[in-house]
Design a protein around this ligand. Structure first.
Ligand code: BGC
Length: 782
């Protein structure tokens, strides 16, 4: 059976051939209120509604593979097979936007093949806590990296005729009470950390759709939050696509339509249509709001129809057997991506790469039964699955295997199985190297629930201890979708390979790295802490009384550990190679205040080892002495460089001026502070090899002066500052009194004996300060 006919079996009908260009507004004008209302909710689990001139749109989960289900089926069991690429946790570790875009293109090709118009991904929420049960679906703790990888995926998908859906907008950083909890976040933190990645993807990759999240932000459901869904998203960032709800996220549909939540998913039934129609008829809902959202659904449907190949040509054009065409090519791509995602955390004494003749003991059921993706809506049915054990056997001459622990072992406190443990110890005793596969069972991390701890299963750790007692030459190979505590054994094993969840070809990729066919270049997209108690959201996660306070503010991930100068197990950006790199000759130049470029760093990177390798060159920026609290350093640019042994390359890293800005809460806008920025470039956030400074010109930001502004603020105002200062000096205040006066609101000055400032004079000063400036500021915000 061809894939096409398989798709039909799953309840998918072939799309109509493309019609000529049509105007969404003109189509909407011809629809009745009821037809328009019907367009605002899904027609099934996985499709939007049809109307005259409006074809249906099919959506499917992703984004690390296509989970094509029949319209009325919600569960993964019924899905068509598709290539399972490495999930976001692994793609983030590649730091390789070109590779990630290729994965996006392959996902689009498979979506097209399965008549899917919209792939529901990528998910780019920030990993606020290692305990979030969905961290495997997210990219990073850092907004720049999450945004770059997310934009690459969106571009890869959309450049190949399929729409992407960036999710979950916004601040969906936990699973506990995900449908009701309010993420309470101050504006600066929201802008700089939790919205920043979305902003990057929207402005750079122009996604066709976006998914609102389940949770509330500062008390309001995100899909009902007009400021978020319309003012910021569309007004500030220029988003022109469609916003759909997460599945079943809608709380108050009418409020959502007013706020700009165009499409409710999945199908909400006739009652919803009636509700919308009645609201329009009673005047409770502005018909213009319905027309606007219906127009966006129509625009998406028309674009989807135009992008679909005429029936039958998609497969015919390839000229190959459609059963195998993508399977082989995409499986190979999945293996490349997985190889690039693996992070070599530790490699004392160069234990890796392995020589093929080394006597190997492979211990751990996970080597034979891999865990390669997370559980929940992103779970897809793979076309095939490679296991590491078979790939290791293909690569080495002398391999013994012992499962060590049972499949799915287990809970954090489950005891080791004595027989399996003894067998593992016997296998390990005489081995040249022990490859110990450890990791989390599926039950430990899944959509819909958070983790309670970051421990590996106790039974696995117990067997590891027993193996170490007879043979210290142990390489621990990890499978986990979110970080686990390594401090219990990291000092006692010479090598650790972080394999995350690597998709269906991860087994082969693991062997590629172990045997040196791939020189590891994955880097940590999230810090590995020493203990869960050290992590930024500890004590606040997952909140109480349906509120979770983001009290750590902007200090998320490495920003937190660096600000407190805390020890970590492995820092953000860390990852070893089988070769070494030298950094030299850093120069940094600042761009002009009215330009796009903030800083340009140039340096030379040299492969100083004996084998070809890839370095992920990371550029961190800080502003010592900033007027606002800042992280000691923040990732501002990165580049991957492939170098032959002895080869040098000049690397240029461009930092956008917008990435130097902080969110100025008083001015309610981004603000690039002028000053000497420190640029550090290196192999991780804590392995900085070269540093330089450059003087960046600041934005001319002037705050409006109000009666509530402080005297100090008035004294530094560019227009009236000199006058205010002169008045107070003339009043003959002592230095001490002057300091206290500066903290005083302006409106109190007329009541201060001898201040020299009358009510009339104050009004006059405020008028001068705000007249022309207010206009200027308003213009700048536009
Ligand atoms: C998830 C989304 C997913 C949707 C459809 C929801 O439960 O949060 O990420 O796209 O289901 O499966």
């Amino acid at each position: 059976m061809t894939k096409k006919s398989r798709a039909r079996a799953a309840g998918v009908s072939a799309p109509a051939p493309a019609a000529g260009p049509a105007d969404p507004a003109a189509i909407v004008r011809k629809l009745t209120v009821e037809q328009k209302a019907r367009l605002l909710s899904g027609a099934s689990f996985w499709s939007a509604a049809e109307a005259p001139g409006v074809p249906p749109v099919y959506v499917a989960d992703g984004p690390h593979g296509v989970r094509r289900l029949a319209p009325d089926v919600g569960d993964v069991e019924g899905a068509l097979p598709a290539t399972c690429f490495p999930p976001a946790v692994a793609l983030g570790s590649t730091f390789d936007v070109a590779l990630v875009a290729r994965v996006g293109a392959a996902v689009a090709a498979e979506a097209r093949e399965r008549d899917v118009d919209v792939v529901l991904g990528p998910g780019i929420n920030i990993k606020r806590s290692p305990l979030c049960g969905r961290n495997f679906e997210y990219v990073s703790e850092d907004p720049l990296l999450a945004g770059e990888i997310g934009a690459a995926l969106v571009s890869g998908i959309q450049d190949h005729g399929v729409a992407a859906c960036v999710k979950h907008f916004a601040a969906n950083n936990q699973e506990t009470e995900r449908m009701r909890v309010s993420a309470d976040i101050d504006e600066r933190t929201l802008r700089e950390i939790y919205l920043r990645g979305f902003q990057r993807v929207v402005t750079r990759a122009r996604p066709a759709t976006l998914m609102s999240s389940y949770n509330r932000v500062n008390g309001t459901h995100t899909g009902e939050d007009r400021r978020l869904t319309t003012d910021v998203l569309r007004g500030e960032w220029g988003f022109e696509g469609l916003v759909m709800s997460d599945w079943g996220a809608v709380h108050d549909r009418l409020a959502g339509i007013r706020a700009g939540l165009d499409l409710e998913m999945p199908a909400a039934g006739e009652a919803r249509v009636a509700e919308i129609v009645a609201a329009v008829r009673s005047g409770a809902l502005d018909p213009a709001d319905v027309d606007r959202s219906a127009g966006r659904v129509v625009a998406l449907a028309l674009a989807a129809r135009a992008a679909r190949p005429a029936a039958g040509t998609a497969l015919a054009e390839r000229g190959d057997d459609p059963e195998t065409w993508h399977d082989d090519v995409h499986h190979a791509l999945a293996r490349d991506a997985a190889g690039r995602a693996i992070v070599l955390l530790k490699n004392d004494g160069g234990l890796l790469p392995l020589a093929p003749r080394t006597r190997l003991a492979v211990i751990g059921e996970l080597a034979r039964t891999p865990r390669f993706q997370g559980a929940g809506s992103s779970q897809i049915v793979p076309t095939r699955v490679d296991d590491a054990l078979a790939a290791i056997r293909d690569s080495a001459t002398d391999v013994v295997f012992a499962p060590g622990y049972g499949p799915g072992a287990g809970s954090a406190d489950e005891l080791a199985d004595e027989a399996l443990a003894d067998e593992a110890v016997a296998a390990a005793r005489d081995a040249g190297v022990v490859l110990f596969f450890a990791g989390l069972p599926q039950s430990a991390e899944a959509e819909g629930r958070d983790r309670e701890h970051i421990e590996l299963p106790a039974a696995q750790l117990e067997v590891l201890d027993r193996v170490l007692a007879v043979n210290p030459r142990v390489v621990v190979v990890l499978s986990n979708g979110s970080v686990v505590r390594l401090s219990g054994f990291a000092d006692r094993v010479p090598a650790i390979v972080e394999g995350w969840l690597l998709g269906q070809a991860g087994g082969g990729a693991t062997a590629d790295v172990l045997f040196g066919r791939v020189n590891p270049s994955g880097r940590l997209a999230e810090t590995v802490p020493l203990r869960i108690e050290d992590t930024p959201a500890w004590t606040r996660f997952p909140g109480t009384g349906l509120h979770v306070t983001y009290g750590e503010g902007i200090f998320v991930g490495y920003r937190w550990y660096d600000a407190r100068d805390m020890a970590v197990q492995y820092p953000f950006g860390h990852g070893l190679s089988y070769t070494t790199f030298a950094y030299a000759d850093l120069t940094v130049a600042a761009g002009p205040a009215d330009g796009v470029v903030g800083l340009t760093a140039r340096l030379t990177v040299t492969n100083t080892g004996g084998v070809a390798g890839r370095e992920v060159v990371q550029c961190y920026v800080s502003l010592p002495g900033s007027a606002v609290p800042r992280a000691p350093r923040a990732l501002a640019a990165f580049a991957v460089v492939d170098l032959a042994p002895g080869e040098s390359r000049e690397v240029e890293l461009v930092v956008d001026r917008s990435d130097l800005a902080f969110w100025d809460v008083r001015a309610d806008r981004w603000h690039v502070e002028g000053g000497a920025y420190r640029v550090e470039v290196g192999a991780s956030s804590r392995d900085l090899r070269v540093a330089a400074e450059a003087e960046v010109p600041g934005d001319a930001v002037t705050h409006l002066l109000t009666p509530g502004s402080s005297v100090g603020e008035a004294m530094t105002h560019p227009v009236v500052g000199p006058t205010v200062t002169a008045l107070l000096r003339a009043a003959g205040l002592s230095d001490d009194v002057m300091i206290m006066t500066q903290a005083m609101p302006l409106e109190r000055l007329p009541y201060q004996p001898g201040s020299g400032v009358t009510h009339r004079r104050l009004r006059h000063l405020l008028g001068i300060a705000n007249g022309p400036l207010a206009t200027l500021l308003a213009r700048r915000r536009r």
